[in-house]
Structure formats: C-alpha cells, structure tokens
Ligand binder design. Structure first.
Ligand code: ADP
Ligand code: ADP
Ligand code: MG
Ligand code: MG
Length: 591
C-alpha cells in the first residue's frame, strides 16, 4: 500500500513546538533522515520512503499539521503533486465536444488545480516534484488517450482555452476601465448583444469595473469568457454571488457554447445549477488537502444521484456514511408549533430604493427561508430584524434575541480562531459545543489559524458556527452557502436544524441555492418587485406556494428526481415545463 504524508504549512509552527515531530519520530531516533528540516522554510520535511506510517508525529503535533494517508490500492501515477508533503492529484476529467462536463467535489480536492493544468497555467509534474517534467514526458504519459493530443497541442500553443477563474473579486486588480470597453475588446464571437441581454448587463455597461458588486463581477467575467473564441471553455464556480434567475441565465450562455460545438468544463456546488448545466459529471473524492481522485464520467442524472447516495459503485468508494434524504413534504403542511414572535409590516426607504415587508409570524422550531432576486431588499430586511438597521415604520419585538450572520463577512479580530471562540462563544469547551458546533463545521482544523488568514469558505464556516453558538430565539443567516461545498452546505443545514430543535428556537435564512432551500425549509417568504428600485416581501408561507410565486416570476419549473426526490430544473418549453406552467405547479408535483 502506498502512503503519503501531508504537512499543512499554515498550521505547522515549529518555533512554538520545537519540532516535536522530529523529537519523537522513531526513524530519526534510529538515525534515519525520516524527518529533516527544510532549509528554506524551516519546516519539517517527511520522507515518504523512510516513513513507517507509525502515526506518532501525527499524534504529537500540537497543531494537527501532519497527516499520514494510506492511498487506495488502485491509485498509481499521479498527474501532479505540488511538492513534498503536499497535495497530490490523480486523474483528469474527460472533455467532450459539444458537451458540458461538470465537476463535483469538496473544497480542497483539486478542482481548480485541474482547470489550471488544462488551461496551461500549471505544468503537471506527474508526481515528480523535484524536477520539471518535459512536455515529451507529459505527452508520453497520456499515450493512447484523448489527452495525448490535447497536451501535444497545448504545448505547441495550438489550443485556445478560456478560463473563468474562481475568484472574480480579484478581477479589478488586473482589469481597468469600463464594462463596455472590456466586453467589446473580447467580443471575438460577435455575440455581445445577445450575451449582454441574457446576462442582464445593459444597465452596468458604463460602470467602471472597480465599482462592481460581486454578482455584477461574476456576470461580467462569464460574459468576457463566452464572448472569446476558443475550443475549450473552463468555468470555475460560475454561480457564486448570483441569484436564482442569474444562475439559470449563466447556465444558458454556457450551455449555448456547448451547443455551438465547444467543449466546456464547469466546477459548481449548486446542485440544481450543476444539474441544469451539465451533460456529464465527474465526482472528485479523496482527502481534501491531501489527495484528490477524478472518478469515472457519468451521465448528469446518474452522476448527481450517485453523489447524493454517497457511494461510487464502480470505484467501490463510499465518501459519505448516509445518502442525502430529500423529503417531499405534504404540500399543505401548516405549522403546528406555538408562536415565537411576530413583526408588523415594515417599511424602509433609501434614496433610490423602497422596501415594504408584509407582517409575519415566526413559530418555535421552524426554519423559514427567504429568497428572491439580488437588490430586492433581503439584506435590508435581515438587518432590520437583527436590529442593525431601523425600519422607517413598523415594529419588531425587542425582547426576542436574534443571532445574526451578515451577508458580507469581514473580521478585524486579530488572533487565532481559538482565541475568537474563547472570547465570544458562551459554551466553548463543553461537550455540547463540540458536537453541535465544532464537529459539523470542522473547526478543529482551523483552531490555530489566524482569523485574518481564513479563506472565504473557512470564514463562512466560522461565522455560521459563531452565530449558532449564541443563545438566541431566532438564528438569522444572510446567504450562508456562499463559498461552501455541497457537504458543508448539508452539514450547515443539519447543524441549524439540530440547534433550532434543541433550543426550541427558530431560524430565518436568506439563500439562493434551491436544493439547500428545499432541504432545510419548513416555510418560506418571497421577495419580489424591481431590483434596485422597489422591493416587497410576502409573509412566511408554505414552501409550495412560496416557490410557486417565486418561480412564476422567474419563469422556470422544477420537477423531482424519481429516485432521490431532489428538485431538478425542467428544460424551458419541454413537455413537463409547459404542463406544469399550465397547472400553475412550478415546484411540487405528484410523482
Ligand atoms: P478545489 O478547487 O477543489 O477547492 P484546489 O485545486 O484549489 O482545490 O486545491 C487542492 C489542494 O491543493 C488544496 O489543499 C490546496 O491547498 C493545494 N494547493 C493549491 N494550490 C497550491 C500551490 N500553488 N501550492 C501548494 N499547494 C497548493
Ligand atoms: P438584496 O440583499 O436583496 O440583494 P439589499 O437589501 O442589499 O438587497 O439592497 C436592496 C437595495 O437597497 C439595493 O438597491 C441597494 O443598493 C439599496 N441599499 C441597501 N442599503 C442601502 C443604504 N444603506 N443606502 C442606500 N441604498 C441602500
Ligand atoms: Mg477551487
Ligand atoms: Mg443581500
């Protein structure tokens, strides 16, 4: 069995522990160079040839920085390894002409690495990180497969590839000027008018890139990618920051590429969007941060169902203990628990925007989701409930304590995650805190990291956890799924359910991920109106009527997968789409 050791360089702090890994390593005691000190970084280097896998360093390390991983037998010949004791990648996805191939897997499993390799930004080293591989080696490695020709052409500069990067918020650093100038400059496919309309960019064309919001940047980045002429198009997480309608518009322009003959690869964590965009799916599994494996290609329906079931039959790999269960609730389910609080109708006016919320009741033990387009007042509503903003008219019961996670996360806390938890989480250190908070959000692995250094997804997990750790009547979350992978979204949903039930409280959640909303909601409220101009919100009502109201507005229908019961977007104009629209059943169907 082959084995790799992984050192998390951010966590490793040899100055604080004085190299306990070296001190206790049996190999070093027998005067073998099993662990040495890297002269450059001063961090330990573990030799995988000499390591016996005893696990003593893993246990001794006070910062959980070392892991020793036994690789499944079948894994041989990596595509890339970032360096000694670093992440290793096995396999690459299949690329198909006239098709969209989706990639689905947890954060840290190598998805962005794959796109960087395929777009020629990262030259794969075939696991031999000590020297650079030649293109001949690489081409030879893929002999007889489709990728042989791909890398031959890539190395000769004969491939044209377009890559929409994951981090769109970095774009203003590299691109200056107006949206119009940018898009005209890349309009090689002469499709600007069409793309501009579908992605609803008309009103922001004159704006400077540096003044765009996250969702606007994402749509501009997608537009800039699809307007270019290329053979291969790679999209790394194209729906972050987008609302449901915008997600499906993005799906449309990206699918159009495939329909015009291009090969497209997409990384996506929103299962409804992934389902609507892909023809095929690759599931990635392994150990996040350690190694990642690309599973075989599956058709999109079977692929996503396989993911939901948590078991790869062909590979004989179980990556989750249980399947994700979607309950198709009885449509008329009314809440039978007691009233927790109510709010009157609420009004708020800004210079260009006015918001009007219908009065509503919140019950004990219920989870209410809130959805609607961007710019319609969801965050303003959340702020009023949380007491961060004051309504111009209307009242919220002040005696009800609200724990609130805002949409945009910033932290000026200087110190580690552990320091932050000690100072702000009331139950820190108790068993219940461990099971309710630490475990579902995998905070153990973040404890020694500086809060300032956390990635978007890590900060999101921490913020949700901190909110849930407060004693409150209502737990209020504004877009908690942003930057989280599917597993983390699921764990968040379970943790919220558990806390709400355990404490007899309630939760209100603003989000755009339909599959997540379906999984977590008891009831829902709909925001509608004209984004940026006026917003209205319904009272909380049952999910079926809320979805019907919302989806009628957006013009899409959902059916349920027969096997897993997950919601799936119907193709526009398909038989089911037309039939459901006629009946006014945009969401639930008897199946
Ligand atoms: P994903 O896109 O699936 O979230 P990535 O491909 O970004 O994952 O990263 C996979 C793993 O490789 C992560 O553990 C990450 O920390 C590591 N990694 C990414 N880039 C580098 C790099 N330049 N050097 C070392 N490790 C890296
Ligand atoms: P959502 O969360 O649904 O995307 P928001 O509540 O953030 O919407 O914003 C709704 C509208 O109100 C937007 O047009 C936004 O520009 C405007 N807005 C929000 N906060 C303010 C403010 N403090 N001053 C002026 N306008 C604001
Ligand atoms: Mg990534
Ligand atoms: Mg918002």
């Amino acid at each position: 069995m082959s084995r790799i050791s992984i050192l998390d360089r951010d966590r490793c702090q040899p100055k604080k522990c004085n190299y306990v890994c070296i001190e206790y390593c049996p190999g070093v005691r027998m005067e073998e160079d099993t662990i040495t000190i890297d002269p450059k970084t001063k961090k330990p280097l573990m030799s995988e040839e000499l390591c016996s896998g005893c696990g003593i360093c893993t246990n001794r390390c006070p910062f959980q920085a070392v892991s020793i991983i036994n690789l499944p037998e079948a894994l041989e010949d990596p595509i890339h390894r970032y360096g000694q004791n670093m992440f290793e990648l096995f396999g690459l996805p299949t690329i198909r002409e006239e098709s969209v191939v989706g990639m689905l897997g947890p954060n840290g499993i190598g998805k962005s690495t794959i796109i960087r390799i395929l777009s020629g930004e990262l030259k794969p080293n075939l696991g031999l990180y000590e020297r650079e591989s030649s293109w001949d080696d690489i081409i030879n490695y893929f002999k007889g497969s489709q990728m042989q020709n791909y890398f031959k052409k890539l190395s000769d500069g004969e491939l044209s590839v377009v890559h929409k990067p994951q981090m769109v918020d970095l774009l203003p650093k590299f691109i200056k000027g107006s949206v119009q100038d940018l898009l005209e400059g890349v309009n090689q496919r002469d499709a600007l008018d069409d793309v501009k309309n579908v992605l609803e960019l008309g009103s922001i064309l004159d704006r400077d890139i540096k003044n765009l919001s996250g969702g606007e940047l994402q749509r501009v980045a997608i537009a800039a990618a699809v307007l270019r002429e290329a053979d291969f198009y790679y999209f790394d997480e194209p729906t972050s920051w987008l609302d449901v309608r915008q997600r499906l518009n993005a799906v449309k322009v990206i699918r159009d590429l495939a329909e015009s003959g291009k090969s497209v690869l997409v990384i996506e964590h929103d299962l409804a969007a992934l389902d609507a965009i892909s023809d095929y799916v690759h599931i990635l599994y392994g150990e996040p941060g350690g190694y990642g494996v690309v599973s075989q290609l599956r058709g999109v329906r079977v692929g996503i169902n396989t993911y939901i079931n948590g078991f790869l039959r062909e590979e004989n790999v179980r990556f989750r203990k249980q399947p994700i269960i979607f309950e198709v609730r009885p449509p008329a389910a009314e809440v039978d628990t007691e009233e927790l609080t109510e709010y009157t109708s609420l009004k708020k006016k800004f210079k260009d925007f006015s918001l009007d919320i219908k009065s509503g009741i919140v019950h004990h033990d219920e989870i209410i989701t809130a959805f609607g387009p961007n710019g319609i007042g969801k965050t303003t509503f959340a702020k009023m409930l949380a007491g961060v903003a004051k309504p111009d008219s209307g009242k919220i019961n002040k005696k009800v304590k609200v724990a609130y996670k805002p949409q945009y996360l910033t932290s000026d806390f200087s110190g580690s995650v552990q320091d932050l938890l000690i100072t702000t989480a009331p139950n820190f250190g108790t068993n219940i805190f461990k099971t309710e908070i630490i475990r579902p959000f995998s905070l153990e692995e973040l404890m020694d990291k500086e809060v300032q250094d956390l990635s978007g997804g890590e900060l999101q997990r921490l913020s949700i956890a901190l909110t849930l750790s407060q004693e409150a009547d209502i737990y209020l979350f504004d877009e908690p799924t942003a930057f989280l992978d599917v597993e983390q979204r699921l764990k968040t949903a379970r943790a919220v359910k558990r806390v709400v039930e355990g404490r007899n409280s309630a939760s209100i959640i603003v989000d755009h991920d339909i599959v997540f909303i379906d999984y977590i909601s008891d009831r829902a409220m709909v925001f509608y109106g004209e984004p940026g101009v006026e917003g209205h919100a319904s009272a909380p009502k049952n999910l079926r009527s809320a979805m019907n109201q919302f989806l009628e507005d957006v013009g899409i229908t959902f059916r349920r997968d027969k096997e897993t019961k997950r919601p799936r977007v119907n193709k526009q104009g398909s038989y089911l789409d037309r039939e459901q629209k006629e009946k006014g059943e945009y969401y639930y169907l008897d199946i």
